[in-house]
Design a protein around this ligand. Structure first.
Ligand code: BES
Ligand code: MN
Ligand code: ZN
Length: 490
């Protein structure tokens, strides 16, 4: 899709569809210009209240002899004074849906009229590009009837500012990365298994010179002593993979930032079996891995001068006669022994070995991303990603990056007070807390035992990576991660 800026007069726009916004309490420049052009029509519609100002509600108007645009989509934007990032997201998504319905192949969007608070027009262009492209994604890979083809080919942002090239490029790269993550997430576990994830990583390396991949198999994990990761995988015929993806954009002496993704392509719970209801959603338990792939895809498009290593711990948690039992004690790569009380707390087991593995990169920072706990959904719901860190600066950098690109996170505590929950009489650690209290925090405390050698953050995305609504995988937190990495350039 082609995006550009157009600073011409609104009455000269000849796109298939003109997208303008309507506030409850004040006229936007675009609507005023249209009313100026055709006073009888627009004044009458405005007076009668036909043009809804309800946020996200679209009134489609057919074109008129005195306007070259074939259709005009009036998108309600609420009260001008209350207009914020959330309403921005809502109106752009509504515009995308309306453009699909209108079968428009070209559109012009009155971007200058909808700036939330202090945001710049660059921010608006980047976010609108990302939102339009992610709204057009529709999963149909495993359907025999394919989704309607997307007809939209060109979008003009109506804005006075001419130089929005970088914003558009960034928005496109982000949307691409998010859609990569969403597709991997939405694919069923009988297709997207550990071998499939490894293959996708290899495809990424083939497509971009800056990216290289190494895939470790079971035998290599055994040599490395990854007893925790292997314990999770041992119940499945789909053998695990440790996928190491390197993006080299910086000089060779620049320390890399490392992203570690939980890649449970299916989590049945193992012997501590999950209830049947909703178990199908555990195909999403690889969204941490998907966000690593998505972020590296976005970087490969943007080519910033940094070094990033993505590590994916891919495995399937199944229930079988070879599966790990509750009470089993395993030895992790770091040498710590772990009593596996609950085989459904498997994410932290695969991650602890991946986190020990990445020490070899002497990382500038390590961020793991995981659909780690149901408890985080109880605590924070589906809006922010939980952000843990053993370094306050890193935690703030991630929260700020999320705020900047509107893929938000919220800081969580890693107090030593929680540590005794993980004491075991039979091993150095047990893999779950004593009770259900603070389940997301005790999971993070477990990981903290393995990350003392570097600056580390942990993102629990169980609440934000996917929704049970038909949207499926959301592509979060590709935005936050990419923004965090781009911020490291300056
Ligand atoms: N993958 C799940 C966490 C999860 C649950 C993500 C629901 C998304 C939605 C994780 O492996 C898990 O099962 N966690 C357990 C931990 C418990 C056994 C301590 C949980 O959250 O119930
Ligand atoms: Mn589990
Ligand atoms: Zn899991």
């Amino acid at each position: 899709m082609q995006f550009k800026v157009n600073s011409g007069a609104i009455s000269d726009i000849s796109s298939d569809a003109l997208v303008v916004f309507r506030f409850e309490d004040q006229d936007t420049a675009a609507l005023s210009a249209l009313a100026e052009k055709n006073r009888t029509l627009f004044s009458a519609l405005l007076d009668k209240g036909v043009l809804s100002a309800k946020p996200g509600q679209v009134t489609p108007l057919l074109g008129h002899a005195d306007l070259p645009a074939a259709q005009i989509l009036v998108v309600g934007a609420g009260k001008a004074e209350a207009f914020n990032e959330n309403t921005f997201v809502k109106v752009i998504r509504a515009a995308a849906t309306a453009l699909k319905t209108a079968k428009a192949s070209s559109a012009s969007l009155a971007l200058d009229d909808i700036k939330p608070g202090e945001r710049t027009v660059q921010w608006c262009a980047e976010k609108a590009t990302e939102l339009l492209l992610t709204s057009l994604y529709q999963y149909d890979t495993t359907k025999s009837t394919k989704a309607d083809q997307n007809l939209l080919e060109a979008v003009d942002f109506l804005a006075k500012e001419q130089n929005l090239d970088l914003a558009i490029k960034t928005g496109k790269a982000l949307a691409h990365g998010m859609n990569v993550a969403r597709e991997l997430g939405n694919l069923p576990a009988n297709i997207c298994n550990p071998a499939y994830l490894a293959e996708q990583a290899e495809n990424l390396a083939d497509a971009y010179d800056e990216i290289s991949v190494e895939v470790l198999h079971k035998g290599q994990m055994e040599s490395l002593g990854m007893g925790a990761l292997l314990a999770v995988a041992q119940g499945s015929a789909n053998t695990p993979r440790l996928i190491v993806i390197q993006y080299k954009g910086g000089s060779s002496d620049q320390k890399p930032h490392v992203l570690v993704g939980k890649g449970l392509t299916f989590d049945s719970g193992g012997v501590s079996l999950k209830p049947a209801q909703g178990m199908e959603d555990m195909k999403y338990d690889m969204l941490g891995a998907a966000s690593v792939m998505g972020t590296l895809s976005a970087l490969a498009e943007l080519k910033p001068a940094i070094n990033v290593v993505g590590v994916i711990a891919a495995a399937e948690n199944m229930c079988s006669s070879t599966a790990t039992r509750p009470g089993d004690v395993v030895t992790s790569m770091a040498g710590k022994t772990i009593e596996i009380i609950n085989t459904d707390a498997e994410g932290r087991l695969v991650l602890c070995d991946a986190l020990a593995y990445v020490e070899r990169f002497e990382p500038a920072s390590v961020i793991d991303i995981a659909t780690l706990t149901g408890a985080v959904i109880i605590g924070l719901g589906h809006h922010p990603t939980a952000v843990y860190a053993n370094n306050e600066t890193l935690q703030q950098q991630l929260v700020s990056a999320g705020q900047a690109c509107w893929d938000r996170g919220w800081p969580m505590p890693l107090w030593e007070d929680y540590r005794e929950e993980l004491d075991s009489p039979y091993a150095d650690l047990r893999n779950i807390g004593q009770g259900r209290a603070a389940g997301s925090i005790t999971a993070a405390m477990f990981l903290a035992e393995f990350t003392k050698g570097y600056n580390w953050a942990h993102l629990d995305i169980a609440g934000t990576g996917w929704t049970t609504a038909k949207e499926g995988a959301t592509g979060r937190p590709v935005g936050m991660l990419t923004q965090y990495l781009l911020d490291r350039l300056s």
